[in-house]
Design a protein around this ligand. Structure first.
Ligand SMILES: [Zn+2]
Length: 69
């Protein structure tokens, strides 16, 4: 058996919070818009007329437990 041991030299990169903040805001806004269309649009409120958005997100609405029909 060998007695040679090595210590791996791994440097973990750091990501400054200031660089992440705009992306965090963007994805939170995007998620909010998607959640709005899945949960509320063409339910209690309706931005476009018709049933198109409701039909596109209908399965997601049921999957997430939002009331539908
Ligand atoms: Zn439904």
């Amino acid at each position: 058996m060998s007695d040679i041991t090595t210590t791996p030299q791994v440097s973990i990169p750091t990501i400054p919070v200031g660089r992440l903040a705009p992306w965090t805001v963007f994805f939170v806004l995007l998620a909010t818009i998607v959640l709005f269309f899945i949960s509320a649009d063409q339910g209690a409120v309706s931005i476009p007329s018709g049933n198109a958005i409701h039909e596109w997100v209908h399965d997601g609405r049921h999957l997430l437990g939002f009331p539908c029909h």
